[in-house]
Design a protein around this ligand. Structure first.
Ligand SMILES: *Cc1c(COP(=O)(O)O)cnc(C)c1O
Length: 403
């Protein structure tokens, strides 16, 4: 992997922060964008901006083709059977709310849903809102000391009352890769559907959704070098047909009178209003960019960064890493005894190093460990060992300042 060439693709990596070279280690929150993606956005607005699907004119047709072509790129990348099973949403949060709204009508009072204890808040709140309305019960798969799901408990709470299981593919707080194939197969044996939140996974490895046989899968483009405000929801055709539309508006209807409206076919039934056309196009460009580098190359490189950084950080006394699953992506969540995570983050910023501090939208995970938050460093394929050395040195300076 030509790391110098790759870094050259990301203009932001050249900037300074507080007089230092910018070191971006907050990739689990959002990724940086390569020139190809940035340029595709300005190209769209400079050359073929138009509303889509409705126009007879040339430029509208070009924009429509580019938008639909992006859907096909996403379909191919995730190996989805039919392109109309790919719904373009504003991101993972939107996708999950869309499914929760669908299951509001599908579930009844005695039905149960299972949520993993490793979830992002965006994956907890919509189900609580749904359960308050339809009376469904929520059960939780707890996590163990390594930050892995306790599969024995999963087996014991899964029953024929379970209608839906929600789990993230990779935890954003700890980096744990969850055994989703096992979770899906077990749920299917009892007739339950499974929604997997792939927002954190999709930046690090490729997932074949047909092989996984998952019912729903979602991601956000901004986690994988694309822009914010665009993402996808994959849903199996049978589920998307069963679920009511989430929002009413233009694009999602086929026939409207004041007596009755009939809905458009998939995928447009779930894409009310003018969509994020240029976002979708740039999402497709981001997938092309990553696939050109190759996900195996990305995964191997990021694993080597993870291993290198884990060993270095562990050599710091009083530093504790949370989440040490054997199977994890390049995320390290840690605390240093006696020092507040926020203070570490603030001082690292003075050295130009961007890390995340706090609960990482996963308060239940923090509660499990009895802590109020962590410092989280998360690596991408454009990070380097030299940056990790700089993190290590700066962290030691910060700790001697604070300690
Ligand atoms: C980032 C993230 C989300 C939320 O994604 P949005 O783009 O903010 O909707 C949900 N789940 C996980 C695991 C994430 O990493």
């Amino acid at each position: 992997m030509d790391i110098a060439k790759i870094r050259n693709d990301f203009p932001i990596l050249k900037r300074k922060v507080n007089g230092n070279n910018f070191i971006y280690l907050d990739n689990a929150a959002t990724s940086q964008k390569p020139n190809l993606v940035i340029d595709s956005i300005s190209d769209y607005y400079k050359n073929y901006n138009s509303n889509i699907h409705r126009g007879v004119h040339t430029v509208s047709q070009e924009a429509t083709d580019a938008y639909e072509n992006a859907r096909i790129k996403i379909q191919k990348h995730f190996n989805v059977k039919n392109s109309y099973e790919v719904i373009l949403t504003s991101g993972t949060t939107h996708s999950i709310n869309l499914v929760a709204n669908g299951f509001l009508e599908i579930l009844n009072e005695n039905d149960e849903i299972i949520i993993s204890g490793l979830e992002h808040h965006s994956n907890i709140v919509p189900w609580q809102m749904m359960a308050e309305k339809n009376g469904a019960k929520i059960k939780i798969i707890p996590i163990n000391e390594n930050g892995e799901l306790d599969m024995k408990v999963y087996d014991s709470i899964l029953s024929n009352k379970t209608k839906l299981v929600f789990v993230n593919h990779v935890s954003n707080a700890l980096g744990t890769v969850n055994p989703i194939k096992k979770i899906i197969d077990k749920a299917h044996k009892l007739g339950a559907a499974v929604l997997v939140d792939g927002a954190q996974a999709s930046a690090h490895f490729k997932t074949d959704l047909q092989k996984l046989n998952v019912d729903f899968y979602t991601t956000s483009a901004h986690k994988l070098c694309g822009p914010t405000g665009i993402g996808m929801l994959f849903g199996k055709e049978k589920w998307l047909k069963k679920m009511p539309p989430y929002q009413g508006g233009g694009e999602m209807i086929s026939d409207v009178t004041f007596e009755k409206t009939t809905y458009a076919d998939l995928p447009h039934k779930f894409e009310a209003g003018t969509p994020n056309v240029c976002g979708a196009i740039a999402f497709g460009v981001a997938l092309d960019y990553l696939n050109d580098i190759g996900f195996e190359v990305i995964e191997n490189y990021e694993n080597s960064l993870l291993k290198y950084a884990t060993e270095k950080l562990k050599s710091i006394s009083k530093l504790k890493i949370y989440g040490e699953s054997k199977d994890k992506t390049s995320v390290i969540s840690f605390n240093v005894k006696g020092i507040h995570a926020y203070d570490i983050g603030t001082l690292l910023d003075k050295f130009g190093i961007a890390v995340r501090t706090g609960q990482h939208c996963a308060q239940p995970v923090m509660d499990h460990f009895g802590i109020s938050g962590t410092v989280r460093v998360s690596f991408s394929f454009y990070n380097t060992k030299e940056e990790i050395d700089k993190l290590y040195d700066s962290l030691n300076r910060v700790l001697s300042m604070l300690g």
